[in-house]
Design a protein around this ligand. Structure first.
Ligand SMILES: Cc1cc2nc3c(=O)[nH]c(=O)nc-3n(C[C@H](O)[C@H](O)[C@H](O)COP(=O)(O)O)c2cc1C
Length: 245
């Protein structure tokens, strides 16, 4: 499939779904601009309109905007809970600086969290997904719809599932498990500059905290070229994925 990315698309309205999906990418670096309330309501309406297996809808969509509590949770997620080091999420007892890979999606102006509602989760990292597959499917579908709705109204988006589901639930004061989050907002800029020219060449940015080099994250890189975008390195061809039976 010939894929041509249009960097100006966020200024354009009335794109069809294929154009919206062609131009989207996982956004990680945001501008401070507030998300327009009308647009947010549109996204939430669309997420709400999602279908559900057995019509159960056993989830809530928690909206983390700019309230002090929301900001505290987003910062905790970013700085303490969701960074990765050597393929592991925030490994205990390992400092990981300055090679941590951060997940900027949870720093977006608005972060939506799909929270599976269960009285009791016999918890380990995989149990909700195994015990509650229908609920997980429902939440993934609602999150996908929200992503497309946000992109449709000219916002950027980034999905994130790298965080500890039980600990985030606790922070949110909820029972059950936090399943997936979607960052929504405007990006600050696109990235094209490679940060590790000697080991893997992908656009990204270094992450600093109080002047200290902590790690890095992938850039806001819309390139659909597997050679340029590390996010797309595993992208298969249309023929590999789509089979007529
Ligand atoms: C269900 C789901 C969960 C994801 N979780 C993360 C995540 O935790 N961290 C991350 O950096 N990217 C995450 N992503 C983004 C993927 O890495 C990204 O979609 C993929 O590499 C393709 O790149 P693109 O989104 O730019 O097209 C997630 C994507 C999906 C669909």
């Amino acid at each position: 499939m010939d894929i041509k990315v249009d960097l100006d698309k966020h200024k354009k309205l009335n794109l069809n779904i294929k154009e919206i999906l062609t131009n989207r990418f996982t956004a990680k670096w945001w501008s401070d601009k507030k998300v327009d309330d009308e647009k947010l309501q549109y996204v939430l309406d669309c997420a709400y309109l999602a279908p559900s297996k057995r019509s159960e809808y056993d989830y809530e969509i928690l909206v983390l905007g700019d309230s002090p509590k929301a900001k505290e949770i987003k910062d905790w997620l970013y700085w303490e809970n969701s960074w990765c080091y050597k393929g592991e999420r925030a490994p205990e007892g390992v400092d990981g600086t300055p090679d941590r890979r951060y997940n900027g999606q949870c720093q977006a102006p608005v972060v939506l969290v799909w929270q599976g509602i269960l009285d009791r989760v016999s918890y380990n990292r995989f149990t909700p997904r195994i015990d509650e597959p229908d609920l997980c499917r429902d939440m993934a579908i609602s999150a996908s719809i929200a992503m497309m709705a946000a992109e449709e109204v000219g916002l950027h988006t980034g999905l994130q599932s790298c965080f500890e589901e039980g600990m985030l639930s606790e922070k949110l004061g909820k029972k059950g498990f936090s399943y997936i989050l979607l960052g929504i907002g405007d990006i600050d800029k696109y990235d094209h500059k490679t940060i590790f020219p000697d080991s893997g060449h992908f656009p990204g940015r270094f992450v600093y905290k109080d002047g200290k080099h902590m790690g890095f994250d992938f850039g806001n890189n819309p390139a659909y070229d597997k050679e340029v975008s590390i996010s797309r390195k595993g992208k298969k061809t249309k023929e590999d994925i789509i089979k007529f039976v």
